[in-house]
Design a protein around this ligand. Sequence first.
Ligand code: NPG
Length: 370
Amino acid sequence: MRVRRVVLHRLAMPLVTPFRTSFGTETSRDVLLVEVEGADSIGWGECVAMSEPLYSSEYVEGAHAMIRSHLLPRLFAAGPDIKAEDVGGILAEVKGHQMAKAAIEAAILDGDLRAAGLSLSSSLGGVRERVAAGVSVGIATSIPALVDAVGGYLDDGYVRIKLKIEPGWDVEPVAAVREHFGPDLSLQVDANAAYTLADAAHLARLDRFGLLLIEQPLAEHDLSGHASLARRLKTPICLDESITGAAVAVDALDRGACSIVNIKAGRVGGYIEAKVIHDLCFERAVPVWCGGMLETGIGRAANVALASLPGFSLPGDTSASKRYFQRDVTEPFELESGHLAVPTGPGIGVAPIPEVLEELTTSREEIPWR
Ligand code: NPG
């Protein structure tokens, strides 16, 4: 697209319920949206960095500064005619900062596709009109409260439950949920890197619950630890935080560090790299699923498009808007028999509702292309 200016929007969006993981509790999303205005179209991208650098090293204030001071100047230098496929190469000399890079690339990709009248799902090679929705359930205050929360989500229609775990909140809550809801419940757990290899025997106690997978039990950089752990568990290991790009995905699979991959576009630098990871996993018959980062409708629309690719054989953390927000910034995503419809309009197929965007906005920074 031929870009004229970029607008960086910051939004404050309270969560309907606090979301506790092994690394912290989120009560509100400080959202950074990138709007790219071109001659023929406007594109939107969402940065998935949280307010604090606890999930990974990125955080929203840092991503905002990164985009303003290091990423946009490099794109300006490349000229106003820019294609989403070129963004990764232009920004490659900047080390890391995948979430910041992904947000810009997503906005330009959306703008390109809107100008071409093509949906993100069809441009990526999507094959589904709707995607199965799972839900991620935070660490609760008690086991009865957890069982209640899971029951509520199952009543809503979610087809898979993911429980957040940490040392002290693992075998017992998983046993309670399995016992209460029975063997047919699709159940998985996510440790967000809270364990070490010394916990292998303890984690093997989860094997008897027939889990779909255990996600990221060990530290981000510990691929060899995950490979050792995989040999000691029956439960398949899925990696999230560790998979920062296609090269790491290949390395992790070659080493046997995981047998399932969580794909999050923000974590890997964008939807184009996310598709590369999908394709290489698909070739190897490695199941993948789409992770979530408490996105608004902007990021969710793009995730749902990604999850429409053929290799996404497991339900993703692609929940309905109301699981997170009283009011989404776009038209809300709603659950239909446990699925979300894949948007069919050009680009990501949704856009912020202007009045809602204005109400949620805490700051707005316009940057002319120069
Ligand atoms: O449904 O968007 C969602 C949340 C899914 O559990 C989820 N995300 O580790 O994958 C994760 C986790 C997360 C939450 C990560 C908050 C970072 C912050």
